[in-house]
Write a protein that binds this ligand. Sequence first.
Ligand code: MSP
Length: 649
Amino acid sequence: MSESCKKAYITTPIYYVNDIPHIGHAYTTIIADTLAIYSRMAGLETFFLTGTDEHGQKIEEAAKKRGKSPKEYADEISGRFKALWDEFGISYDRFIRTTDADHKLGVQAAFKKMFDKGDIYKDVYRGHYCISCEAFFTETQLVDGEFCPECGKPTQIVEEESYFFRLSKYQEPLLEWYRENEKCILPKTRRNEVMRFVEGGLEDLSITRTSFDWGVKLPEEMQDPKHVMYVWLDALMNYLTALGYGTDEKLMDFWPARVHLIGKDILRFHAVYWPAFLMSLDLPLPKHIAAHGWWTRNGEKMSKSKGNVINPKEVADAYGLENFRYFMLREVPFGGDGDFSQKALIDRINSDLGNDLGNLLNRLIGMSSKYSDGAVSSTKVAELYPEELAELHASIDRLEPLLFEMQLHRYLEELWKPLTVANKAIDRYQPWVMMKEGKEEQALALLGLIANILAKVAVMLHPVMPQTTQTIARALGFTINHAAYEDLILRKDLLSDFSVEKVPPLFPRIEKVRMVEAAPAAEGKPAEPKKAEKKTEKPVEGLITIDQFFETSLKVGTVVEAEEVPKSKKLLLLKVDLGEEEPRQIVAGIKEWYAPADLLGTQVCVVANLKPAKLMGMLSEGMLLAAKDDEGLALIRPERPVTVGTAIG
Ligand code: MSP
């Protein structure tokens, strides 16, 4: 374990096989891949794990719906994840599947160890279960006594014999861990959230189920064959079984993980249950659990059930895989949500990549071939441009901590500063004027400065854009690898003299939106073409364009349920059918003017792409259109009944 600081174990969540890969999954995987490439380049022995989560009720049901056995179904979807990561060149060291034999043995070994320690006992579980989140909830946590507080779907009442893990025993040790390790959960705001949750008290956790079969059985010696492991115990254990825990422990010296990358939706499982399981197994805890935000589409989380997923392969095919990688990491502060927009992607490609980086390389290629037949030397750079060089190295020094604290957008922002230094130096010193004035030495040293800036930026950008940066390096006469990292970054050496190799422009300007958006990702069906995004016109003050108006999705729906919200003077709780999989829940402040009975069966106009919000603890997934004057409030309704879900506009 003492060697662990020279090792880096980096993980993604293992993805459920009920969904096909979308940009949310790609985002997590690309961040992890970036960290893994960086770690290897920096000389750390690195193990990068990803894979699929294949057990549990949700998968069993999804397979049944398609008339397949759970294993057949899991093979198919798991294969799609693996194929996509392979196509994207993701540098994972193992793709684990929870149906792998060694994983199952490892989970059983862990169960046995926790049981022998007295951390597991048998009882009866009575409570609510959300199949979609694969999570248990107490009565008080539910919305309206029935709905899942996480995803809003109805929960099931479960009463069955179950083994329990003594989570309550770990409340204090967990709090101590959070307190003593400021960066154990990133971003730090998430750590506070987790601490508040744990301070509220922890109940023991049901960790086996008997009402279905698709999971890891208990160890044989327990002689209790009707139980299968709770899917989250099974899934979390992948981080250990991938290293051979309980079977062949050769790789266990990679433990503890440097970072578990996750989405914020699964923070509780990783920041509460997982460290408690690890404490029970007498293993050290991960260094960081880093939770990123959601990719949304018009403010809504992207997910198959909402039919608003973006296919990462389509984006990569249309705009270039590495441009897409850069965009995802640069566009959204880690931890925050980000709305996917092709316009923003095109802006990043044209501006950051094309103008700032690509043009700089083109200018270097152009000027050096004109002034010195392509020869570039670093000899006079330190003497003639000491300030610029100092700025470059100061930026480089600030980078690594930003990366390992998941401040990836700031990492890239900082990395762009030397490019600005270079571009400004060209404007300020105007090498073409220097050449005319006979200051050849200064002009050529300026080219040397630009080459060194480009080289060092390329090395540090390499984890994000692995191939493009090798092309830049090739133009500058070197290859990016550990030795280059040591020389150019750690030792701050300058490039050896070289002759520029001409490479084609790396980021040709994108004029038009290219991608055909993915249709609702029904498995098995190919994506159907949809309207591509239109170019937005320049805004005129006070007026919006037709495109801007259409960013608001207005739809007609029928009220299928209506009731008063107890203790509220203003609110009614409605279910409105918008022609989607399930009616939307809308909490509307119209109680003073409408009784529930007056609304049932009537049609209303709904803002359908509002970010869901909670009102008095209840999820509201839209807003009704209404007009209010001195006489009171009047709902806006279509003149005649129209098909539910009809768009207004
Ligand atoms: N199987 C569990 C994880 C078990 S890990 C021991 C699971 N799988 S999942 O497929 O539903 O989602 C996994 C991860 O995908 C999320 O935590 C997040 O990292 C990523 N994303 C899924 N949808 C996303 C967005 N819309 N946006 C960003 N990331 C999202 O949960």
